[in-house]
Design a protein around this ligand. Sequence first.
Ligand code: F0G
Length: 460
Amino acid sequence: MSVRKAEPYKIKMVEPINLIPREEREKALKEAGYNPFSLRADQVYIDLLTDSGTGAMSDRQWSALMMGDESYAGSRSFYRLLDVAKCITGYKYIVPAHQGRGAEQILLPNVIKKKGDYVLGNMHFDTTKAHIEIAGGRAVNFIDEKAFNTTDYDPFKGDFDLEKLEKFIKEKKAENIACIIVTVTCNSAGGQPVSMANIKAVKEIADRYGIMVLIDAARYAENAYFIKKREAGYENKSIREIAMEIFSYADGFAMSAKKDGLVNMGGLVGIKDDEELYTAVRSLMVPMEGFPTYGGLNGRDMEALAVGLEEALEFDYLESRIGQVEYLGQMLHDAGVPIQWPVGGHAVFVDCKKICPHIPFNQFPAQAVCNAVYIEGGIRPVEIGSFLLGRDPETGEDLESPLEFMRLTIPRRVYTNRHMEVIADAVINVAKNAEKLVGFEFEYEPKVLRHFTAKLRPVK
Ligand code: F0G
């Protein structure tokens, strides 16, 4: 019989959290315009807004901070980070950036050569799409249809539909395609992994047409864990070997280090061997992010990231991290709450179209569920649906998202499984009484990225 394992760490420092009374939660949410983004963190008991930059650093990372070399140019901490990142990815060129979108803003304009060029992805993250568009490109998604069927199990719902991808390339011609971006894991589809076979096949298609492949590596270690657990032939490979193989099928990457880098702020760009691209990225970096040996980061941040990158590749850490997300998902699944199944690496995505079929997409069913979960348990989830998607820039009409998700995003090494149980209780209670929930309409709607600052009111 195998021995049961718990978290591979013990807790050395704690941060108090507090559940304010229900009446205060009701008042707080109303004042926040029924938009949990506008709540003060002190009004939140368990914060599941994001897994980005919200993780707990280890004692090794905190001590590494003290070793930071704050030299403007040529910092020792930069070279340390470089060594670690090169060793993990096998890439020749690595440059730091202040976070993921910082990496995108120095990489993408150098890849998108002419206006209107396409950037193909499984499912681009919002900031990636924004930077593609700012650089004059057009973002197109090729995620396999299986991602939209939340009920049926599939081990790799982040996969590309390879047939559609190749058909599009043939139709639009390779010279009009800037690159293909593989997002691992695929956040927007529910933190779903991409299989190694699929990544490899994308690379083969790209090579056939001479197209560059990039990785959005925000959650690459979690993706590697899923490959080890679910893909035949990888069960005896180490997470490091798998990560190295993922990177081998690309020409470059942009990474938000706020996820699998296990730091509160940071990012990286990597370029396999294209010296010309590296030179272009470095020159854009100076005005955008900072001198190439710090890229918007403190020396101490680079030290902490160098340690975090190594820790996130430890199998025991990943097993416990993803195991915790699965624990929460399993409780909800067992209680009949519809979720994206199987659960992804960083979050449980609750299918609110199924919970609230009576609320139309333009009254934001997932936002209604998020708000109810805050009132119920002081828990702050985030809407990933039509509220986030926004309007068609040409017609001004509300766009309908194919999925209306409430994302319960789990920060790394922050909460215990007891917190997961409290979260499950609150979500199950809300789902049981969901027919009473009402939709929301705008009191104030910003023109761009409305979900961050909009104010809403319940529909009468
Ligand atoms: N790519 C992916 C797949 C992401 O999930 C994110 C951020 C980024 C890029 C941008 O990185 O925030 O460091 O600038 N995702 C966060 C989230 C914000 O909550 O999912 P960033």
